[in-house]
Design a protein around this ligand. Structure first.
Ligand code: AKB
Length: 326
């Protein structure tokens, strides 16, 4: 094994994927990169393992790959769905331009690539329940357009150049380490902070909006297991459907209420994010991932909620500096 480069490392996924990669392969084998400078107190970036990389600049990627003898790139740098809808030109440049530059660097330097696609790669004409691995993909958001096109580009590089590229269609990710930013599924993280602080959350999606979700420890394990799977077993090089739970805001609120009695949720629907959510699947069929490389999530709604509240409860406090009383 040589070394791993992670792009967009200070985002929601990178903040948990990097420690998992460092633990598995050794900290000296994981190079952390982001367009932002490393925070002074960073848990994961040091002077030796950090590279400032703007993925829209192809030479910066190639230089980092050569300097650190990289053989695997986890390409996480991207704008999420809601912010991509506000800034579609920037989203195309970062999400598509960045992916193209990473695939080109990988082709030239013979690296393997991990690409995070999303439930956003589907659209309103896709079957919304038990969404098949191979089905109609006509997304109506810029984020979705970049994810569906990104999947095709990954397929192309695999078929045309024999590049070892692998991907996941990730659902909404729930984590206690770093907040997401600008996503449609962000409510499923925000709700925990607000429940602990104020016993109240105002949700920007309607109560019955059902979407796939996954707890971050399952998501980081899925990425690592996919990259470690035998290449010959992988039928799909664009991205595999993965999921752990299909839930709505009212389901999550009811589960949180089991731990924080009196927790109240109300709704102030944001039409932009609601229309994005309404164009996405309600539940994915993940049988191809289970069959081809044996993935199975470990956290369901109940175990994820209990773990999130326990972890966040150590640091997040109520208005008087203590956890909101039960
Ligand atoms: C978003 O909401 O944009 C992301 C996603 C589902 O891809 N979390």
């Amino acid at each position: 094994m040589r070394n791993i480069l992670v792009t967009g490392a200070f985002g929601q996924i990178g903040s948990e994927l990097i420690p998992a990669l460092q633990q598995r392969y050794g900290a000296e084998h994981v190079i952390v990169s982001d367009i932002r400078m490393a925070p002074l107190q960073s848990r994961v970036a040091t002077e030796r393992n950090f590279e400032h990389v703007d993925c829209t600049q192809p030479q910066q990627i190639i230089d980092a790959v050569r300097r650190h003898d990289i053989d695997t790139i986890y390409h996480l740098a991207a704008l999420l769905s809601a912010v991509a809808e506000e800034r579609p030109h920037l989203a195309w440049s970062i999400n598509m331009g960045g992916l193209y530059n990473v695939l080109e660097a990988a082709r030239q330097c013979r690296c393997r690539v991990f690409f995070p696609s999303s439930i956003g790669a589907f659209g309103p004409s896709t079957p919304r329940d038990h969404t098949p691995q191979v089905t109609i993909q006509r997304p109506t958001t810029m984020y979705g357009v970049t994810k569906a096109s990104g999947e095709l580009l990954c397929d192309y590089y695999a078929a045309r150049f024999g590049l070892d590229v692998r991907g996941l269609r990730l659902p909404g990710l729930i984590s206690y380490v770093a907040p997401p930013g600008g996503g449609t599924t962000d409510y499923a993280v925000e709700i925990f902070y607000q429940a602990l602080r104020y016993k109240h959350y105002r949700c920007f999606l309607g109560p019955a909006t059902r979407l796939d979700m996954m707890y971050m420890p399952d998501a980081t394990r899925a990425m690592i297991e996919l990259m470690e799977a035998a290449g010959a077993a992988l039928k799909y090089r664009n991205a595999y459907n993965v999921t752990a739970m299909s839930i709505s805001p009212e389901d999550l609120a009811a589960e949180i209420r089991k731990h924080i009695p009196g927790f109240v949720i109300d709704y102030q629907v944001d039409p932009v994010r609601q229309s994005i959510a309404d164009s996405w699947p309600r539940s994915l069929d993940d049988s191809a991932a289970r069959t081809d490389w044996g993935f199975a999530p470990r956290f369901d709604l109940a175990s994820m909620t209990a773990d999130m509240l326990a972890r966040l409860g150590e640091t997040v406090t109520g208005p008087e500096g203590r956890r909101a009383p039960a």
